[in-house]
Structure formats: C-alpha cells, structure tokens
Design a protein around this ligand. Structure first.
Ligand SMILES: Cc1cc2nc3c(=O)[nH]c(=O)nc-3n(C[C@H](O)[C@H](O)[C@H](O)COP(=O)(O)OP(=O)(O)OC[C@H]3O[C@@H](n4cnc5c(N)ncnc54)[C@H](O)[C@@H]3O)c2cc1C
Length: 468
C-alpha cells in the first residue's frame, strides 16, 4: 500500500481520542474518529452547568497511570493539571470515616460490635480459609469474612449492580475490590495506591479527552462529532477492507477504511454489522449488558457544601452510592455563592430511577443526604439530570461465555479491533482505556496489525484493577 492505512475509530471517549492522537503522532495512519455525541469524552467527559464544569459522576485520574501517558497528559494540560490529596468519606454503621482511612479515626468511630466482628473474621480466616468459589459473594466471603461483606460490600454491590452478590461473577470481586485479602484490604484502606492522591484538571475530567482530540485534530485526524456509526460492512472499494456508514440527524456518509478500531459497546458492533453475524453471536449480544446510571446535579446557594470531594454510601438505607462536590476536586472557589453536588444513582434503563422526573430525583437527593446526617443546607436553586445507559459492564455469573462468543466473532473479522471499556466489556479506569489505545497503536506496523503482540497486551489488560 503506497498510502498510509486509514483507521476509522468508533467512539470519542478516552480510548478513541487517545488512539486518534497516537496514530497521528506516530504518523502510522490517517484517522476518522466518529463520535455520536456533540462532544468527546464519553463517560469520562464533562459539561458546563450551574456556572462550573461537571463530570459524569466522580472522576479522577489515578496515580497508577502509565508514566508515558502521564507525561503526555501533563504536557497537553500544562497549568490546568493538578495533583491533590483525596478528601473522601465513607458512611459506615452510622458514622462518616475519612477516606483514605486514618487508623485513629477507625478505632475511634467504628462501633465495638463491628470491630469485634472484623477481628473474629480475621482470626477465623487464619485458622481455616473457606474455598473461594466462583461468585462475587463466595470470593469476598472467603477473603474478607462476613462482617465486611454483610455491612459493606454486599449492600454496595446490590445498589451498584442491582443483583444479589450470589448472582454476580467472582471476577467482579477480583476486578472491583482492589484488595483481595483482609491484610491487603486494611493496608489499602489505610494507604491506598497512589498514597491517597489523585490528578485533576481545571476544566473537568473531560479536559483529558478534549486535549487528546484537539491534538489529534491538529495532527490531521478528522474528529467527526455528532456522527454515530450505524453500519459496518466489508468494502467493495478496491484496496479497502471496510465501509462504515455514519449518521448525523438526517445526513448520512460512508467512509472507506483499512481498519475499524471500535470502542463502542461490543454488543452494538455486532448489531450494526452487515451482513448480520451468525445467530449465536446475536444471541450472545443479547445475553450481556450494562448497568445504567442517573446523575442528579443539584445547585445550592452556598460557596461550599463540605470540604469533602466524594461521599461514599455503601449501606442499604439510602439509594445513592456516591455524592461528589465537583468544585472541591480542583480546589476551586469559583463560582462564588453557589456550588453543585452530583449524586450517583445506579439503575436499569427504564426502571423507576431512570424514569423519575428531575423533581423526584432532587427530592431523593435531599432525603438520602438527610438520612445520612449531611442534609442539604438549603433547597436547591436548580436541578439538572443526565443519564448514562452504559455506566458499568455487569458481570453476571457465566457472562464470560457469551462475551467469549462476541470476542471470538470480532477477532474473526479482518482488521476489526475492539477495545476500551465498552469494547472489551472491561470494568476499568480512564488510564486503562488510554493504555489500550497506546497499545493498539504500538501493534500497528507497516506490514499490518501485529495480532501476537496485541494478544500479549490483552493479557496485561486482564491484570487491570479498577479504582474508585
Ligand atoms: C460513574 C463513573 C465514575 C467513574 N470514575 C472514574 C474515575 O474516577 N477515574 C477513572 O479513571 N475512570 C473512572 N470511570 C471510568 C471511565 O469513565 C471510563 O474508564 C472511560 O470513560 C472509558 O473510556 P472509553 O473510551 O473506553 O469508553 P467511553 O467513555 O464509554 O466512550 C465510548 C464512546 O463511544 C461513543 N459511541 C457509542 N456508540 C457510538 C456509535 N454508534 N457511533 C459513534 N460513537 C458511539 C459514546 O458516545 C462514547 O463517547 C468512571 C465511570 C463511571 C461510569
């Protein structure tokens, strides 16, 4: 091929924007990135409302980010990039514990029954550790014991995934619960990876994706916003492998590509593929799914609600899972006189939370904060609601089988790469999605895409553990 290969990237979240930039920086390919929203960032995007930048729930860049990627982000963001100490709080047994947990705080605030239960579980585990089994419930039970599970992880899991812990896969426990054993859990709570610090940006978390997209564009990538991919099929154009159809309202365009790099849900890739994949693949696409989330933003007529960045609510007495105060993430004092809180409500598309009105959701925030001892200081002056249909991949028992069918089908398609959080159905962080993008570019050679190298990277991706 005398020209550079053309890569059509599906999706403009961190995985898509990272690839567009890196493909152009290395001059390995020309790029068209299709993003169906009017902005880049995906779930890790930001928007302005209430006079400030807001994210889709609490987002921060973790210190575990790959050093080369960190160097790029720091260079792109310059003075808009900052390094901060976490000021979180966890509601446990009617008390607020600082996160990262301070040992004195833990001893002072945790009630005796809970502390004794934890001590007993630790001793019992040492005497004889139960078999791990295959479910979220059995893995955590074996490693952490009943006290931590019954009071912390299981109620949180029910809210987060809407399922009983016995129905969830043990893989979820290993991926999500950053500490797999009692000793590690205590160590992580007292001294989390990154030392309880995080990176953040002046114009919201989405500034990372915006910077990648802008630099990719400056290097020649086409960033097509508002264009949703609606069909992929093998190309009839000589020299190309794929033809991608994209739609923007009533407009439609077709793009010829050597490669499709897809970061959109793998289930959707199967659905927009023509001719339709075999029935087994289509059935698999129906068998796995994502947990949705409703984000309720309430604007309060005060400078600051609390000095905490994120409040965590693992217990079952309230529906909210996390409440963040975005102004605190960059230690901003603007805008004066108001602050916005963001309440996270995991749910299913179409359920009572998903369908609730703005007013009902604002009332729920007021009720949940009051129940948790941190009532709103005044009635909200405005309410804004955003809905994410694909917030978390749900790892139900046995999900690996249909996912494997989809993954094998994708791998059998020439020059089709699926990656990113939605593409690999991976419950991971932004820096993992960016790492996948950089890894994919590393695999692209003048002779083609190095599948063996990619297989090696896929093994590395499996070791990624999500951090909150
Ligand atoms: C509530 C919440 C909190 C989180 N907190 C953190 C955190 O603190 N730190 C952290 O590192 N990570 C966090 N994450 C994870 C982070 O958001 C993801 O890792 C990241 O968004 C993954 O990027 P991605 O590009 O793989 O996927 P996405 O961000 O999901 O991007 C996929 C993109 O594809 C687009 N798309 C879909 N269909 C089409 C189509 N047909 N055509 C074109 N485009 C399409 C979507 O609009 C979207 O922009 C959090 C996630 C959630 C839900």
């Amino acid at each position: 091929m005398s020209r550079l290969p053309h890569v059509v990237v599906l999706g403009g979240g961190p995985a898509g924007c990272g690839a567009a930039y890196q493909l152009r920086r290395t001059d390995k390919a020309t790029v068209t990135l299709l993003e169906r929203q009017d902005v880049v960032g995906g779930n890790a995007g930001s928007f302005q409302w209430g006079g400030q930048w807001l994210d889709y729930g609490s987002h921060r860049l973790h210190h575990t980010v790959n050093p080369d990627i960190l160097t790029d982000i720091k260079r792109m963001l310059g003075p808009d990039f900052g390094d901060f100490d976490r000021h979180g709080r966890i509601r446990l047994r009617g008390e607020w514990l600082h996160f990262p947990i301070k040992s004195l705080d833990l001893l002072r605030r945790l009630d005796k029954g809970f502390a004794l239960g934890m001590a007993r579980d630790m001793v019992m585990r040492k005497l004889s550790k139960p078999a791990e089994g295959q479910t979220f419930a059995s893995v955590l039970h074996a490693n952490l014991g009943p006290t931590m599970c019954d009071h912390f992880y299981f109620p949180y899991a029910r809210k987060l995934w809407g399922k009983e812990p016995e129905l969830l896969s043990g893989i979820q426990a290993r991926k999500r619960v950053t500490a797999g054993s009692f000793g590690k859990l205590i160590k992580r709570l007292l001294k989390p990876v990154g030392g309880g610090k995080y990176y953040y940006m002046r114009e919201g978390y989405g500034q990372i994706s915006r910077a990648y997209a802008a630099e990719g564009k400056a290097l020649g990538a086409e960033i097509a916003l508002g264009w949703g991919a609606s069909r992929i099929e093998r190309s009839t154009e000589p020299g190309y492998t794929w033809t991608v159809t994209a739609e923007h309202g009533t407009e439609r365009r077709t793009i010829h590509a050597d490669y499709i790099w897809s970061t959109i849900p793998i289930t959707l890739v199967a659905k927009i593929s023509q001719p339709a994949p075999p029935a087994a693949v289509m059935n698999a696409a129906q068998s796995i799914g994502y947990r949705a989330m409703v984000l309720v933003y309430v604007q309060l007529p005060v400078d600051q609600y609390t000095t905490t960045d994120a409040h965590y609510f693992p217990e079952g007495n309230v529906r909210v899972t996390r409440l963040s105060e975005p102004k605190n993430y960059f230690r901003s004092t603007e805008p004066k006189g108001t602050t916005v809180l963001c309440a996270e409500y995991p749910c299913q598309v179409g359920d009572e939370i998903w369908s609730a009105t703005d007013q009902e959701l604002a009332e729920r925030v007021a009720k949940d904060t009051t129940t948790s001892g941190i009532p709103l200081p005044a009635a909200p002056i405005a309410v804004h609601v955003r809905r994410l249909a694909q917030a978390y991949p749900t790892y139900l028992m046995g999900y690996e089988k249909p996912l494997g069918v989809l993954d094998d089908w994708a791998a059998s398609q020439p020059n089709l790469l699926v990656y990113g959080r939605q593409g690999l159905f991976a419950h991971d962080n932004t820096h993992h999605a960016l790492f996948m993008a950089y890894s994919a570019v590393d695999c692209l050679t003048p002779g083609g895409f190095d599948l063996a190298k990619w297989a090696g990277y896929r093994e590395v991706f499996k070791t990624h553990v999500v951090e909150d």
